[in-house]
Design a protein around this ligand. Sequence first.
Ligand SMILES: Cc1cc2nc3c(=O)[nH]c(=O)nc-3n(C[C@H](O)[C@H](O)[C@H](O)COP(=O)(O)OP(=O)(O)OC[C@H]3O[C@@H](n4cnc5c(N)ncnc54)[C@H](O)[C@@H]3O)c2cc1C
Length: 209
Amino acid sequence: MSCREYIGHQEPCHHSVIGQDVNKAAEQVKVLLGLRHLMGWENICMQDQGAAEQASRAEGTTETFDLVVVGAGVAGLNALYAATDYLPKGARVLLIDQKQGPGGMWNTAYDFVRLHQPHPMFTVGDVKWDWTKPRDYLAKRDEVRAHLTSALGPVSDSVELETAFEQTVVEAEEVQTDYGYKAKVVFRPNAADSPTRTVLANVAIHAQG
Ligand SMILES: Cc1cc2nc3c(=O)[nH]c(=O)nc-3n(C[C@H](O)[C@H](O)[C@H](O)COP(=O)(O)OP(=O)(O)OC[C@H]3O[C@@H](n4cnc5c(N)ncnc54)[C@H](O)[C@@H]3O)c2cc1C
C-alpha cells in the first residue's frame, strides 16, 4: 500500500514510505497516554533527507520542513519524540505553540495543581525525570512544565529543531506542489495584527489540546 492510499488519496506516492509506521507510533502514543486530541497527519509521506530544501527552492521563498508540529503540550511533544525515530538525522522540524514555552496547559494551570498519577508515567517517550523523588510523588505544575521542556533536549540531538513559541497557527491545509502533497501552515505572533509566516511541511501534526 502506498502512503497516499493509506490516507485516502487517489494518487500513489513514490517517496520512501514510512508514514504508516509513524502513524502507528503516534497512535500508540495516544493510546498509552490516554490523550484525546492527537490528530491530523496531513501528509504522511516522508521524503529523503534534503528533499525539504529541494521543495523550498521549488516553492520560491516558502520554507519547507520535514515535520511541523502544532502544539507543544504532552501530546505534541510525544508525537514529535516518536517521529524523530523515523526522521533522518538533521531533518528540519518546526514546533509551533501559542504558549511561551513547551508544556501546553501546564503553562497556564493554577500554581497549586499537581499531577494525578505517579510522575514517572507522565513523560515524553522514555525521557526520565531528572530527580530521585519517590515514584508516587505527584509533581507540581512547574515541575511538570520543566520536565516536559527537558524533552526537547533529546529531540534537538537528532533533528534540526526550530521552535516558534507565542505564535498562533491561523491556517493549515494540504496543497499540491511539483514535489507532491505538502501541508501548508500559516502562523503569526499572537498579537492579532502581526504579519504571518507561511511554511510547507512534508508532515504536519496537530496536537492542539
Ligand atoms: C490538575 C491536573 C492534573 C492532571 N494529571 C494528569 C495525570 O496525572 N495524568 C495524565 O495523563 N493527565 C493528567 N492531566 C491531564 C493532562 O495534563 C492533559 O490531558 C494534557 O496535558 C493535555 O495535553 P495536550 O498536549 O493534549 O493539550 P495541551 O496541553 O492543551 O496542549 C495543546 C497546545 O496547543 C497549543 N495550541 C492550540 N491551538 C493552537 C494554535 N492555533 N496555534 C498554536 N498553538 C496552539 C496550545 O497553546 C497548547 O500549548 C491532568 C490535568 C490537570 C489539570
